[in-house]
Design a protein around this ligand. Structure first.
Ligand code: C2G
Length: 448
């Protein structure tokens, strides 16, 4: 019996896939189809896959062409499988020609002509593409503009900024909106990157007009305002994504899942530090609204793990901010200490200080250590009393988590089910500390 094996994602199964499977089947007597696992696809950069692994397996099974279906989970598995199943022929579409010649050492390799004119990404792209308008022209706006290029089903069509001449070259071809109405009429969704005190009005207007919004954190600077915005979003069936890109970084996301699963025992302390001295990142817009204060620039990132791991119902929180000698509107650093029923937490943020940007979560069995810069890490360790038990984890991080976030934003809108990794309560808790600084309420100020 001649055994044939082939592999694929088989997302949104189409005629190109089926023709490949038919010809693969015809190469022998028994066809094994390896369907790629979600993690394996993500690791190899396929972040737009729409269907779950089981949906894709079922779709292949329903063709009736596969005698056996296996899951492809790791790099190099093909060699293991060819040996394990005693395969005679490996085959795959001609878009891979040459890439699998190394398998000739183990079996015959056949590249089958790819069916022209159809692909899963075209199918995803041709669905009504989300039209996005970007408000703001700073470097974060540019990052999100670039990352949209990796995501199916979304396209940036225009930009609204009072400083068009600071727009990077790549954004100059976008339509320049003269006012908010032009922006709203021309788009389905709006990305907001201006600064905390300018967010509320534009987000409210967009949501009230049924536009979905993704906004840099903090979403605004008052708890009442953010609660009002989430209420408007609910009433209008709109997404309001609080955009802390770390929440969408795979390594960070997986680390939290391990901790919630008890990997280090009960969590007794969460400590996060985020500092940067780079003033050069400021766009003229943020200088116009006073500088991005430390509690705004880094607060959301440093506070997020605390709220995601310990919740937002802390018993008390003390906040200390040191004002900049020359600019009393600006905190060189802010430090927030939390007391929970059975845990403590500390967030230290600063754009006027430099420190070790690590995250440490202490538990009754061990601890999580994420080295600097923990907020865009692809690596973390779970450490125990006996170092021999320590475990190291690595997860590919493309685009600092931004493209993953945009994929989930897009899929939330397409599915009507929010896939945001930050809850409204967590967003409100983050905003409450920006508000403490702006209102100088419930805060100790060091001013010398
Ligand atoms: N295919 C094709 N014609 C198309 C689209 C896809 O012949 N129009 C073939 C591909 O070449 C592949 C199979 O159908 O052999 C599945 O395609 P995908 O689901 O896109 O999977 P891909 O990422 O190409 O998987 O390690 C090998 C890879 O897993 C192949």
């Amino acid at each position: 019996m001649k055994k044939v094996i082939t592999y694929g994602t088989y997302d949104l199964l189409h005629i190109g896939h089926i023709r490949l499977l038919e010809r693969a089947k015809a190469l022998g007597d028994y066809l094994i189809v390896g369907v790629t696992a979600d993690d394996f696809d993500k690791k190899r950069g396929k972040i737009n896959v729409r269907q779950s692994l089981m949906e894709r397996v079922e779709a292949v099974r329903e063709t009736g062409l596969a005698d056996e279906i296996i899951i492809e989970e790791y790099e190099g598995q093909k060699i293991d499988d060819i040996k394990k199943y005693d395969v005679d022929i490996f085959t795959v579409g001609s878009d891979w020609v040459g890439k699998f010649d190394y398998l000739k050492e183990y079996c015959e390799v056949v590249y089958l002509e790819r069916t022209k004119g159809i692909s899963s990404s075209d199918i995803r792209d041709n669905e009504n593409k989300l039209r996005v308008g970007i408000v703001g022209g700073n470097n974060l706006a540019f990052k999100y503009f670039n990352e949209c290029g990796y995501v199916n089903g979304i396209q940036v069509v225009g930009v609204r900024t009072s400083n068009p001449d600071i727009l990077p070259e790549e954004m100059r071809s976008l339509r320049l909106y003269k006012n908010d109405n032009e922006l709203i009429e021309d788009t389905d969704a709006v990305f907001v990157f201006t600064n905390p005190s300018a967010h509320f009005e534009i987000i409210k207007k967009c949501l009230e007009n049924g536009r979905h919004v993704l906004c840099e954190a903090p979403v605004c600077v008052s708890e009442d305002e953010i609660n009002e915005l989430f209420e408007i979003a609910r009433e209008n069936g709109c997404e309001l994504f609080d955009s802390v890109k770390t929440a969408y970084a795979t390594a960070y996301d997986r680390a939290l899942l391990l901790l919630k699963g008890g990997k280090i025992g009960d969590i007794v302390s969460v400590s996060t530090t985020c500092t940067s001295l780079k003033e050069s990142q400021m766009s003229p817009e943020s200088v116009k609204y006073k500088k991005w204060k430390s509690i705004c620039a880094w607060g959301p990132t440093a506070l997020l793990p605390i709220f995601q791991l310990l919740g937002t119902d802390y018993k008390s929180a003390t906040m200390i901010s040191k004002l900049n000698a020359k600019d009393k509107e600006f905190d060189d650093f802010s430090k927030i200490d939390f007391l929970y029923d059975s845990a403590v937490a500390t967030a230290f943020v600063g754009k006027g200080v430099k420190s070790e940007g690590e995250m440490v979560v202490s538990g009754t069995k061990g601890y999580l250590y994420i080295p600097s810069p923990w907020w865009k890490t692809d690596y973390f360790e779970i450490r125990y009393e006996n170092p021999a038990d320590n475990k190291r984890y690595f997860y590919q991080l493309d685009g600092e988590g931004i493209r993953n976030e945009i994929v989930l934003f897009t899929q939330s809108i397409q599915s009507g089910k929010s896939l945001s990794k930050i809850t409204p309560r967590e967003s409100a808790a983050i905003v409450s500390f920006a508000q403490r600084f702006y209102d100088r309420r419930d805060i100790t100020i060091i001013d010398n």
